[in-house]
Write a protein that binds this ligand. Structure first.
Ligand code: SF4
Ligand code: SF4
Length: 365
Protein backbone atom coordinates (compact mmCIF):
# COMPACT_ATOMS: atom_id res chain seq x y z
CA UNK A 1 0.00 0.00 0.00
CA UNK A 2 1.31 3.47 -0.87
CA UNK A 3 1.93 5.45 2.32
CA UNK A 4 0.47 8.95 2.72
CA UNK A 5 2.92 11.63 1.56
CA UNK A 6 5.33 13.23 4.01
CA UNK A 7 3.92 16.22 5.84
CA UNK A 8 7.23 18.02 5.81
CA UNK A 9 10.48 18.16 3.88
CA UNK A 10 13.45 19.05 6.07
CA UNK A 11 15.95 20.68 3.75
CA UNK A 12 19.35 20.76 5.42
CA UNK A 13 20.86 23.25 3.02
CA UNK A 14 24.33 23.25 4.57
CA UNK A 15 26.28 22.26 7.65
CA UNK A 16 28.09 25.58 7.58
CA UNK A 17 27.27 27.75 10.59
CA UNK A 18 28.82 30.82 12.22
CA UNK A 19 28.20 29.27 15.66
CA UNK A 20 29.82 26.28 17.34
CA UNK A 21 27.29 25.03 19.89
CA UNK A 22 28.51 22.04 21.92
CA UNK A 23 25.02 20.51 21.74
CA UNK A 24 24.73 20.76 17.96
CA UNK A 25 23.04 17.67 16.52
CA UNK A 26 24.85 17.98 13.19
CA UNK A 27 27.21 15.05 12.53
CA UNK A 28 30.78 15.15 13.79
CA UNK A 29 31.92 14.79 10.19
CA UNK A 30 30.37 17.96 8.83
CA UNK A 31 29.60 18.06 5.13
CA UNK A 32 31.97 20.07 2.95
CA UNK A 33 30.66 23.14 1.17
CA UNK A 34 31.91 21.68 -2.12
CA UNK A 35 29.71 18.58 -1.63
CA UNK A 36 26.48 20.56 -1.18
CA UNK A 37 23.66 20.27 -3.71
CA UNK A 38 23.62 23.06 -6.25
CA UNK A 39 20.70 25.44 -6.66
CA UNK A 40 19.23 23.69 -9.68
CA UNK A 41 19.02 20.38 -7.82
CA UNK A 42 17.32 21.97 -4.82
CA UNK A 43 14.80 23.64 -7.17
CA UNK A 44 14.03 20.25 -8.71
CA UNK A 45 13.65 18.69 -5.26
CA UNK A 46 11.16 21.40 -4.29
CA UNK A 47 9.15 20.74 -7.45
CA UNK A 48 9.05 17.03 -6.63
CA UNK A 49 8.10 17.74 -3.01
CA UNK A 50 5.06 19.72 -4.13
CA UNK A 51 4.15 17.01 -6.67
CA UNK A 52 4.06 14.25 -4.06
CA UNK A 53 1.94 16.30 -1.65
CA UNK A 54 4.45 17.71 0.87
CA UNK A 55 2.87 20.66 2.69
CA UNK A 56 5.78 22.28 4.52
CA UNK A 57 9.44 22.90 3.81
CA UNK A 58 11.76 23.52 6.75
CA UNK A 59 14.95 25.20 5.58
CA UNK A 60 17.64 24.40 8.09
CA UNK A 61 21.29 23.48 8.51
CA UNK A 62 23.77 24.44 9.91
CA UNK A 63 22.77 27.95 9.13
CA UNK A 64 20.59 28.01 6.00
CA UNK A 65 21.37 31.68 5.40
CA UNK A 66 24.98 30.65 4.77
CA UNK A 67 23.68 29.62 1.33
CA UNK A 68 23.49 32.60 -0.99
CA UNK A 69 20.51 31.02 -2.76
CA UNK A 70 18.42 30.62 0.40
CA UNK A 71 15.81 33.21 -0.57
CA UNK A 72 15.71 31.89 -4.15
CA UNK A 73 14.79 28.48 -2.71
CA UNK A 74 12.15 30.07 -0.47
CA UNK A 75 10.65 31.83 -3.49
CA UNK A 76 10.53 28.61 -5.47
CA UNK A 77 8.96 26.65 -2.63
CA UNK A 78 6.44 29.40 -2.11
CA UNK A 79 5.55 29.51 -5.81
CA UNK A 80 4.91 25.76 -5.55
CA UNK A 81 2.42 26.35 -2.76
CA UNK A 82 4.68 25.00 -0.01
CA UNK A 83 4.63 26.56 3.46
CA UNK A 84 8.14 27.80 4.15
CA UNK A 85 9.79 27.80 7.56
CA UNK A 86 13.33 29.11 8.01
CA UNK A 87 15.21 27.74 11.05
CA UNK A 88 18.04 30.15 11.76
CA UNK A 89 20.55 31.23 14.38
CA UNK A 90 19.71 34.78 13.29
CA UNK A 91 23.24 36.17 13.42
CA UNK A 92 23.29 36.85 9.66
CA UNK A 93 19.64 37.86 9.41
CA UNK A 94 20.40 41.50 8.64
CA UNK A 95 18.17 44.02 6.81
CA UNK A 96 19.24 42.77 3.39
CA UNK A 97 18.61 39.11 4.19
CA UNK A 98 15.26 39.96 5.75
CA UNK A 99 14.16 41.96 2.72
CA UNK A 100 15.13 39.12 0.39
CA UNK A 101 13.22 36.58 2.45
CA UNK A 102 10.15 38.78 2.56
CA UNK A 103 10.25 39.33 -1.19
CA UNK A 104 10.54 35.56 -1.60
CA UNK A 105 7.37 35.00 0.40
CA UNK A 106 8.76 33.39 3.56
CA UNK A 107 5.91 32.24 5.83
CA UNK A 108 7.60 31.69 9.18
CA UNK A 109 10.95 32.06 10.92
CA UNK A 110 12.20 30.07 13.89
CA UNK A 111 15.01 31.88 15.67
CA UNK A 112 17.30 30.08 18.12
CA UNK A 113 18.91 31.57 21.23
CA UNK A 114 21.61 29.79 23.20
CA UNK A 115 20.60 31.55 26.44
CA UNK A 116 18.78 34.55 27.88
CA UNK A 117 22.00 35.89 29.43
CA UNK A 118 23.99 37.60 26.67
CA UNK A 119 27.43 36.46 27.86
CA UNK A 120 26.28 32.83 28.20
CA UNK A 121 24.52 32.95 24.84
CA UNK A 122 27.71 34.15 23.18
CA UNK A 123 29.87 31.66 25.08
CA UNK A 124 27.74 28.69 24.05
CA UNK A 125 27.66 29.72 20.42
CA UNK A 126 31.36 30.67 20.59
CA UNK A 127 30.40 33.85 18.78
CA UNK A 128 30.91 37.36 20.21
CA UNK A 129 27.91 39.71 19.92
CA UNK A 130 25.65 36.90 18.74
CA UNK A 131 23.03 37.76 21.38
CA UNK A 132 22.71 41.35 20.20
CA UNK A 133 22.43 40.19 16.57
CA UNK A 134 19.71 37.71 17.51
CA UNK A 135 17.75 40.38 19.37
CA UNK A 136 17.96 42.59 16.27
CA UNK A 137 16.86 39.68 14.09
CA UNK A 138 13.83 39.06 16.33
CA UNK A 139 12.85 42.71 16.02
CA UNK A 140 13.17 42.54 12.21
CA UNK A 141 10.95 39.47 12.04
CA UNK A 142 8.25 41.11 14.14
CA UNK A 143 8.51 44.41 12.24
CA UNK A 144 7.99 42.45 9.03
CA UNK A 145 4.73 41.12 10.48
CA UNK A 146 5.89 37.52 10.34
CA UNK A 147 5.05 34.98 13.02
CA UNK A 148 8.03 34.43 15.29
CA UNK A 149 9.03 31.26 17.09
CA UNK A 150 11.93 31.37 19.53
CA UNK A 151 13.89 28.25 20.33
CA UNK A 152 15.96 27.69 23.46
CA UNK A 153 18.02 24.54 23.93
CA UNK A 154 18.11 23.54 27.59
CA UNK A 155 21.00 21.86 29.43
CA UNK A 156 22.58 21.82 32.84
CA UNK A 157 24.13 25.30 32.57
CA UNK A 158 20.92 27.14 31.64
CA UNK A 159 18.06 24.94 32.91
CA UNK A 160 17.42 27.31 35.81
CA UNK A 161 16.65 30.21 33.49
CA UNK A 162 13.53 28.87 31.74
CA UNK A 163 11.25 31.54 33.35
CA UNK A 164 13.55 34.32 32.06
CA UNK A 165 13.67 32.73 28.60
CA UNK A 166 9.89 32.70 28.37
CA UNK A 167 9.75 36.30 29.66
CA UNK A 168 12.18 37.34 26.94
CA UNK A 169 10.13 35.56 24.29
CA UNK A 170 7.08 37.43 25.55
CA UNK A 171 8.91 40.76 25.42
CA UNK A 172 10.09 40.07 21.86
CA UNK A 173 6.52 39.33 20.76
CA UNK A 174 7.00 35.63 19.98
CA UNK A 175 3.89 33.69 19.03
CA UNK A 176 5.50 30.44 19.99
CA UNK A 177 8.45 29.36 22.13
CA UNK A 178 10.17 26.03 22.04
CA UNK A 179 11.87 24.98 25.25
CA UNK A 180 13.79 21.94 24.06
CA UNK A 181 16.16 19.94 26.21
CA UNK A 182 19.27 18.84 24.32
CA UNK A 183 18.78 15.81 22.10
CA UNK A 184 21.89 13.69 22.49
CA UNK A 185 23.07 13.18 18.92
CA UNK A 186 26.19 14.43 17.15
CA UNK A 187 28.07 16.96 19.27
CA UNK A 188 25.36 16.71 21.94
CA UNK A 189 26.26 13.06 22.52
CA UNK A 190 29.96 13.93 22.72
CA UNK A 191 29.15 16.48 25.44
CA UNK A 192 26.45 14.48 27.20
CA UNK A 193 28.15 14.26 30.60
CA UNK A 194 28.56 18.04 30.77
CA UNK A 195 25.11 18.87 29.38
CA UNK A 196 22.67 16.49 31.08
CA UNK A 197 20.48 18.29 33.61
CA UNK A 198 19.79 16.75 37.00
CA UNK A 199 16.34 15.38 37.75
CA UNK A 200 15.70 18.34 40.06
CA UNK A 201 16.60 20.75 37.26
CA UNK A 202 14.27 18.92 34.91
CA UNK A 203 11.38 19.13 37.39
CA UNK A 204 11.99 22.86 37.93
CA UNK A 205 12.09 23.50 34.17
CA UNK A 206 8.89 21.51 33.65
CA UNK A 207 7.16 23.44 36.42
CA UNK A 208 8.27 26.74 34.87
CA UNK A 209 6.83 25.66 31.51
CA UNK A 210 3.55 24.56 33.11
CA UNK A 211 3.21 27.87 34.98
CA UNK A 212 3.95 29.90 31.85
CA UNK A 213 1.51 27.86 29.76
CA UNK A 214 -1.27 28.63 32.26
CA UNK A 215 -0.34 32.33 32.41
CA UNK A 216 0.09 32.83 28.66
CA UNK A 217 -2.76 30.64 27.44
CA UNK A 218 -4.19 32.12 24.24
CA UNK A 219 -1.22 34.50 23.83
CA UNK A 220 1.82 32.29 23.30
CA UNK A 221 2.17 28.59 22.57
CA UNK A 222 4.98 26.86 24.45
CA UNK A 223 6.36 23.60 23.08
CA UNK A 224 8.36 21.53 25.51
CA UNK A 225 10.77 18.74 24.61
CA UNK A 226 12.09 16.73 27.56
CA UNK A 227 15.36 14.79 27.68
CA UNK A 228 15.01 11.06 27.05
CA UNK A 229 17.46 10.33 29.83
CA UNK A 230 14.91 11.12 32.54
CA UNK A 231 11.92 9.70 30.65
CA UNK A 232 9.82 6.60 31.26
CA UNK A 233 8.74 6.28 27.64
CA UNK A 234 10.49 7.36 24.43
CA UNK A 235 9.30 10.00 22.02
CA UNK A 236 7.82 9.04 18.68
CA UNK A 237 11.02 10.06 16.95
CA UNK A 238 10.17 12.17 13.86
CA UNK A 239 6.56 11.02 14.35
CA UNK A 240 7.70 7.49 13.47
CA UNK A 241 10.36 6.36 10.98
CA UNK A 242 9.43 7.56 7.46
CA UNK A 243 5.88 8.42 8.49
CA UNK A 244 5.79 12.22 8.51
CA UNK A 245 9.11 13.69 7.37
CA UNK A 246 11.75 13.37 4.74
CA UNK A 247 15.17 14.84 5.55
CA UNK A 248 17.59 15.83 2.81
CA UNK A 249 21.24 16.22 3.83
CA UNK A 250 23.38 19.05 2.39
CA UNK A 251 24.89 16.58 -0.09
CA UNK A 252 21.47 15.28 -1.14
CA UNK A 253 21.08 12.04 0.77
CA UNK A 254 17.45 11.42 1.67
CA UNK A 255 16.83 10.05 5.15
CA UNK A 256 13.93 9.61 7.56
CA UNK A 257 15.80 11.77 10.10
CA UNK A 258 18.93 13.87 10.16
CA UNK A 259 20.80 11.49 12.48
CA UNK A 260 20.09 8.37 10.41
CA UNK A 261 23.49 8.47 8.72
CA UNK A 262 24.95 7.18 11.98
CA UNK A 263 23.18 3.84 11.41
CA UNK A 264 25.18 1.00 9.84
CA UNK A 265 23.99 -1.03 6.88
CA UNK A 266 22.13 1.70 5.04
CA UNK A 267 22.59 3.21 1.63
CA UNK A 268 20.58 6.40 1.63
CA UNK A 269 19.32 7.32 -1.84
CA UNK A 270 20.48 10.59 -3.34
CA UNK A 271 18.03 13.15 -4.65
CA UNK A 272 20.56 13.73 -7.42
CA UNK A 273 19.57 10.34 -8.90
CA UNK A 274 16.25 9.20 -7.43
CA UNK A 275 12.90 11.04 -7.46
CA UNK A 276 11.37 11.82 -4.05
CA UNK A 277 8.31 9.68 -4.85
CA UNK A 278 10.49 6.57 -5.31
CA UNK A 279 12.51 7.35 -2.21
CA UNK A 280 9.38 7.77 -0.07
CA UNK A 281 7.36 4.89 -1.49
CA UNK A 282 9.86 2.16 -2.21
CA UNK A 283 13.44 2.75 -1.01
CA UNK A 284 14.82 0.25 1.48
CA UNK A 285 16.06 3.10 3.67
CA UNK A 286 12.52 4.39 4.16
CA UNK A 287 10.76 1.03 4.31
CA UNK A 288 13.11 -0.71 6.74
CA UNK A 289 11.70 0.70 10.02
CA UNK A 290 8.38 2.08 8.77
CA UNK A 291 5.47 0.57 10.69
CA UNK A 292 5.84 -2.21 13.25
CA UNK A 293 6.91 -5.37 11.37
CA UNK A 294 10.61 -4.87 12.23
CA UNK A 295 10.03 -4.73 15.99
CA UNK A 296 11.37 -7.16 18.57
CA UNK A 297 9.93 -7.66 22.04
CA UNK A 298 8.93 -5.85 24.16
CA UNK A 299 7.76 -3.41 21.43
CA UNK A 300 6.23 -6.11 19.21
CA UNK A 301 3.40 -6.89 21.64
CA UNK A 302 3.19 -3.48 23.34
CA UNK A 303 -0.01 -1.44 23.06
CA UNK A 304 2.05 1.72 22.49
CA UNK A 305 3.81 0.36 19.40
CA UNK A 306 1.81 2.64 17.10
CA UNK A 307 2.11 5.57 19.51
CA UNK A 308 5.87 5.94 19.90
CA UNK A 309 6.93 3.44 17.20
CA UNK A 310 9.57 1.94 19.48
CA UNK A 311 11.33 5.27 19.95
CA UNK A 312 14.49 6.36 18.17
CA UNK A 313 16.53 3.94 16.02
CA UNK A 314 19.59 6.19 16.18
CA UNK A 315 19.50 6.29 19.99
CA UNK A 316 19.02 2.49 20.15
CA UNK A 317 22.09 2.03 17.97
CA UNK A 318 24.19 4.75 19.64
CA UNK A 319 23.61 3.40 23.15
CA UNK A 320 23.09 -0.32 22.54
CA UNK A 321 24.70 -1.04 19.18
CA UNK A 322 21.41 -2.57 17.96
CA UNK A 323 19.30 -0.75 15.38
CA UNK A 324 16.27 -3.00 16.10
CA UNK A 325 16.31 -2.71 19.90
CA UNK A 326 13.64 -0.94 21.90
CA UNK A 327 14.82 2.62 22.53
CA UNK A 328 16.49 2.41 25.98
CA UNK A 329 14.59 5.58 26.96
CA UNK A 330 11.66 3.20 27.52
CA UNK A 331 11.55 1.74 31.01
CA UNK A 332 10.15 -1.48 29.49
CA UNK A 333 13.46 -1.93 27.67
CA UNK A 334 15.75 -4.51 29.32
CA UNK A 335 18.53 -1.97 28.68
CA UNK A 336 16.86 1.03 30.32
CA UNK A 337 19.67 1.05 32.89
CA UNK A 338 22.06 2.64 30.38
CA UNK A 339 20.09 5.88 30.70
CA UNK A 340 20.45 5.98 34.48
CA UNK A 341 24.12 5.05 34.14
CA UNK A 342 24.63 8.08 31.87
CA UNK A 343 22.84 10.33 34.37
CA UNK A 344 24.99 8.97 37.20
CA UNK A 345 28.16 9.44 35.13
CA UNK A 346 27.18 13.03 34.40
CA UNK A 347 26.67 13.93 38.06
CA UNK A 348 29.63 15.97 39.12
CA UNK A 349 31.12 16.01 35.61
CA UNK A 350 32.88 19.29 34.89
CA UNK A 351 31.29 21.70 32.42
CA UNK A 352 34.12 21.34 29.93
CA UNK A 353 32.64 21.29 26.46
CA UNK A 354 33.90 20.12 23.12
CA UNK A 355 32.67 22.89 20.88
CA UNK A 356 31.49 22.06 17.40
CA UNK A 357 34.49 22.73 15.22
CA UNK A 358 34.09 24.56 11.96
CA UNK A 359 35.52 22.93 8.89
CA UNK A 360 38.47 24.66 7.34
CA UNK A 361 36.45 25.21 4.17
CA UNK A 362 33.64 27.09 5.92
CA UNK A 363 32.48 30.01 3.81
CA UNK A 364 29.82 32.31 5.19
CA UNK A 365 28.00 34.82 3.11
S1 SF4 B 1 23.09 24.05 17.04
FE1 SF4 B 1 24.42 25.86 16.99
S2 SF4 B 1 26.23 25.21 15.76
FE2 SF4 B 1 24.57 23.70 15.36
S3 SF4 B 1 23.56 24.46 13.52
FE3 SF4 B 1 22.43 25.28 15.29
S4 SF4 B 1 23.34 27.30 15.69
FE4 SF4 B 1 24.76 26.17 14.35
S1 SF4 C 1 8.04 -1.23 24.68
FE1 SF4 C 1 8.40 -0.24 22.68
S2 SF4 C 1 6.35 0.33 21.92
FE2 SF4 C 1 6.16 -0.12 24.15
S3 SF4 C 1 6.36 1.86 25.18
FE3 SF4 C 1 8.43 0.95 25.11
S4 SF4 C 1 9.36 1.73 23.20
FE4 SF4 C 1 7.14 2.09 23.07
Amino acid sequence: MTPPPPLGLIAELTHRCPLQCPYCSNPLDLERAAAELDTATWLRVLDQAAEIGVLQVHLTGGEPLARRDCSELVAHASANGLYTNLITSGVTLDDRAMAALLAAGIDHIQLSFQDVVASENDRFGASPNAFAKKQAAAARIRQAGLPLTLNFVIHRANAGRVPQMIAMAEALGADRTEIAHVQYYGWGLVNRAALLPTLDQLHAATEAVDDARARLSGRMVIDYVVPDYHAARPKACMGGWAQRFMNISPAGRAMPCHAAETLPGFTFPSVRDVPLSDIWNSSDAFLRFRGTAWMKEPCRSCDRREVDWGGCRCQAFALLGDTHATDPACELSPDHGVMQAAVTESEGAAGAYVFRKPRKDVVLS
